[in-house]
Design a protein. Structure first.
Length: 107
């Protein structure tokens, strides 16, 4: 059973990432990863998400030269916002959420 403070901290990783994309989630994850496997899971999931969508954004930026990248950038932005909100809600409910379309680089 996941404790309520673990749920809040895991959800905080995603919510704070909307305002401070790297620093806030990194601080929470590094401080709490050894104490809670639930927070460790969500920290790894968030950073895999961040790395994957950064790569997608770079590719879309390059494709902006031929104008299709502009559309892809919009889709990526909307998808990132939606997946972040869903992940925050799932973390607050105490569930593990696998964000779609990401590379699992941090295991």
């Amino acid at each position: 059973m996941v404790k309520s403070d673990e749920k809040v901290m895991a959800a905080g990783i995603y919510i704070l990432s909307l305002f401070f994309p790297i620093l806030a989630p990194l601080i929470i994850w590094l401080i709490k990863k050894d104490e809670s496997s639930f927070i460790n899971y969500h920290g790894k999931e968030y950073f895999n998400f961040f790395i994957s969508y950064f790569i997608y954004t770079v590719v879309a930026g390059i494709l902006s030269i031929i104008l299709i990248g502009i559309f892809i950038l919009w889709v990526l932005g909307i998808a990132a916002l939606i997946f972040t909100i869903i992940a925050a809600v799932k973390a607050f409910e105490g569930n593990e959420y696998h964000i779609p379309f990401i590379f699992r680089l941090i295991k």
